[in-house]
Design a protein around this ligand. Structure first.
Ligand SMILES: O=C1C[C@@](O)(C(=O)O)C[C@@H](O)[C@@H]1O
Length: 520
């Protein structure tokens, strides 16, 4: 398996195929090729009424890509429940018929491979696979396991790991980068995703992606590994940026940052990082390979204590959404790009209206206005400090009244109990901002409980939620006649700020706007 011209590394993109008929397997193989796969893994155990000789022959005769034959028993995470002898015979048959790769499980591999190698001296390469528990296996144990797999005569080692925390993936990276023979090692699932996306950086032999219309739980799609994360461009020098959040799958960050890195010829990749424990995460991923992070819900406030230095604006807000590792000493510096992003988005929308109404713009259009803010978490704090800096009068609601009070105190505003949101009567021309996650995909029918009748009294309504672009709150506010500003605008602007901090370069703003608008 060679690389296609585009590749910058030796990792091959593989599509596992699990069709129920041999004809469909062949069709899926064509589809996988059209979608950019370079090899397919044929899971024989999914074929109904499997006829080993005939079916393997059809697959190999019609193959348009190199083929890995797998016939996995239930005990090893597959579906095969028949007798072991028949299973092994089918794998031998695949070898004799010239499959490019045949996968044997470690427990049966040893004798079989040598026997097969002696017998036919065929060109088939042998993958020997096993499951590992990354939490309980030390680096040394994993190295020893790799050596014993190699001793079976394996050409390629494969380890599928269970991880319970993203920090365990570091052991997989260690294994990939230290192993002298071709190795596949990864973990499925949200917490394991970076093992799949970063394997070209650490020298993994295969990266997996599912074909369209046949998604595989815990595995990225072929489309995303090739087009979003552009795995073909990764190499050992690639810098890894990540969104530290929980949950993390909703973020549009990878769709925005990755194409911009490529466009700017910047050797970086931006990946979702599902983090459970901030302290352990920053302890483990402490090298210059990981020079920057976005910070999302719910960690924007908690992360402050893990920064070595915090920019004065972020410090006064008490929330960090961007972290940069200083090249000279590796220290983590925390910033907040949310604050200016949200406030300038609101100001620009008000200015635009004033321009069209021929009003003369003096100072910030937010100055002196009542700014009703719902949500006093990380995003809410950024909005409150931004509004304060522009001279607004701030009223804060939060389900945690204590949290609302402490933010109100910090911005010389007023805290009100959350139950009062529904009766709150703003003066005409006020601004309403939602900084809670209410209305975020998939709960798109939710919104903060502001009374329908008062929505039209706000001059402008802003929602920090950006999936969907027009939340239920914004739809209702628009219908009531308010100017609306989507969280997409804040998202874009905070990401522009992050690009500047991550790379030390000026972000291509218009291109970033085009990319993100095309996503909605
Ligand atoms: O609030 C957000 C959104 C975000 O968490 C995301 O979903 O990509 C990324 C953060 O940098 C930003 O402050």
């Amino acid at each position: 398996m060679g690389s296609t011209g585009m590749l910058n590394n030796s990792t091959t993109i593989c599509a596992p195929l699990m069709a129920q008929s041999v004809e469909q397997m062949v069709k899926d193989m064509h589809q996988a090729k059209a979608e950019g796969a370079q090899v397919v893994e044929i899971r024989l155990e999914h074929i109904k009424n499997f006829q080993p000789h005939q079916d393997i022959q059809i697959i190999l005769k019609n193959k348009v890509l190199p083929v890995i034959i797998v016939y996995r028993p239930k005990s090893e995470g597959g579906r095969y429940e028949g007798d072991e002898q028949s299973r092994l015979e089918a794998l031998h048959l695949a070898t004799e018929m010239g499959a490019d790769y045949v996968d044997f499980e470690l427990k049966v591999a040893s004798d079989l491979i040598w026997e097969q190698k002696m017998k036919d001296g065929s060109a088939t390469k042998f993958i020997v696979s096993c499951h590992i528990n990354a939490m309980t296996s030390s680096d040394e144990e994993l190295n020893n396991l790799a050596a014993s797999i190699r001793a079976t005569g394996a050409d390629i080692i494969k380890m599928a790991a269970n991880v319970t925390d993203i920090t365990e993936i570091a052991r997989i990276f260690h294994l990939l980068s230290h192993c002298k023979v071709p190795i596949i090692a990864y973990s499925a699932g949200e917490r394991g995703l970076i093992s799949q996306l970063l394997c070209p950086k650490f020298g993994g032999f295969l990266a997996y992606g599912s074909i369209e219309g046949n998604s595989i739980p815990g595995m990225p799609s072929l489309y995303s590994v090739i087009h979003t994360y552009k795995l073909g461009y990764l190499n050992s020098e690639t810098k890894v940026f990540g969104l530290v959040s929980k949950p993390v799958g909703h973020s549009k960050g990878p769709l925005l940052h990755n194409p911009i890195f490529r466009h700017e010829n910047f050797n970086g990749v931006y990946v979702p990082m599902f983090v459970d424990n901030l302290k352990e995460f920053f302890n483990i991923y402490s090298s210059h390979d990981f020079p920057g992070f976005s910070v999302g819900f719910p960690y924007k406030e908690a992360v402050v204590e893990f920064c070595d230095e915090v920019h004065p604006l972020a410090e006064s807000i008490g929330a960090v959404n961007t972290i940069v590792r200083r090249p000279c000493d590796g220290k983590l510096i925390g910033y907040n790009t949310d604050c200016e992003a949200a406030i300038t988005a609101i100001e620009d929308a008000l200015k635009e209206k004033r321009c069209t109404g021929n009003e003369v713009a003096l100072g910030s259009p937010i100055s002196g206005k009542l700014f009703a803010l719902v949500g006093a978490g990380g995003a809410g704090r950024a909005l409150a400090f931004g509004a304060k800096s522009r001279g607004a009068q701030i009223v804060i609601f939060d389900i945690d009244f204590g949290r609302a009070k402490s933010l109100a105190c910090a911005v010389s505003g007023e805290a009100r109990p959350y139950e009062e949101v529904v009766n709150f009567q703003p003066e005409k021309g006020s601004i309403l901002a939602n900084a809670t996650p209410l209305g975020m995909h998939p709960n798109t029918d939710q919104r903060i409980p502001v009374a329908e009748a008062t929505l039209g009294d706000y001059e402008l309504v802003f929602d920090a939620v950006y999936t969907p672009k027009k939340t239920r709150l914004l739809k209702d506010a628009e219908a009531a006649g308010a100017i609306i500003v989507s969280g997409v605008e804040m998202f874009l602007r905070q990401a522009i700020g992050q690009f500047n901090l991550f790379t030390g370069r000026e972000a291509p703003k218009e291109l970033m706007r085009e990319i993100i608008m095309a996503e909605f």
